[in-house]
Design a protein around this ligand. Sequence first.
Ligand code: AP5
Length: 211
Amino acid sequence: MKLIFIGAPGAGKGTHAAFVSSRLEIPAISTGALLREEIKNRTPLGIQIAGTMDEGKLVADEIVLNIIKMRIAMPDCRKGFILDGFPRTENQARELDKIVEIDHVVSIEVPDEIIEIRLEGRRVCKTCGAIYHIVDNPPKIQNVCDKCGSGLSIRHDDIPEVVKDRLKIYHHDTEPLKVYYASCGKLKEVEGAEDVRETERRVCRAIGIEL
Ligand code: AP5
């Protein structure tokens, strides 16, 4: 199955993409995570985009498109994949349409006020990228990843002023994609303000996965 997860920053795309990925045994591909890896490794691309990402602005379409084209051509994507955080502009969506047929586009709907609270409490594993929340989805041991035992950190773009800018960019550039995908019958809107397990159930129901 080929899936796209869209939604505001902090809506839960990464959390639910990880769950569906393990259920369907297909990779979850986060453009944000791929770009952060470039920054962590101090590659020329990472150095070029670090400021843009810290400010919560979108990285240029050509850069992200190149990364996605290379990633979905890899052998582990033959059975399908989940794109988390891509496309984010209509241009990205049109370019993606030229190379692959998507089955469903899941839009996780969460009000901005809840997003702001969620991102204040998000913690991310420094090594494997697993996502936690200090209250709603805590690790078993405080600040230690359940999956790999590494320490947890706060993302640079989760500071409140940057979150406000990211939300503005989402509403202006990415939310219109819902109309784009609704017009071809692929959009599945899922209420994402409930707890993690309930939202997981809703996402699975929307794309026809049995739990
Ligand atoms: P990216 O990494 O994609 O960030 P984002 O879209 O802003 O989304 P987040 O990762 O912040 O949130 P999420 O929806 O995955 O939520 P999560 O599951 O973590 O992009 C970062 C940057 O990269 C962009 O700003 C841009 O610069 C660049 N970029 C990336 N893609 C690009 C593209 N296509 N084009 C151009 N630039 C691009 O959950 C959030 C928190 O809430 C966690 O703590 C989690 O535990 C908790 N939580 C989740 N669900 C629930 C729930 N139901 N109840 C309670 N808590 C919950």
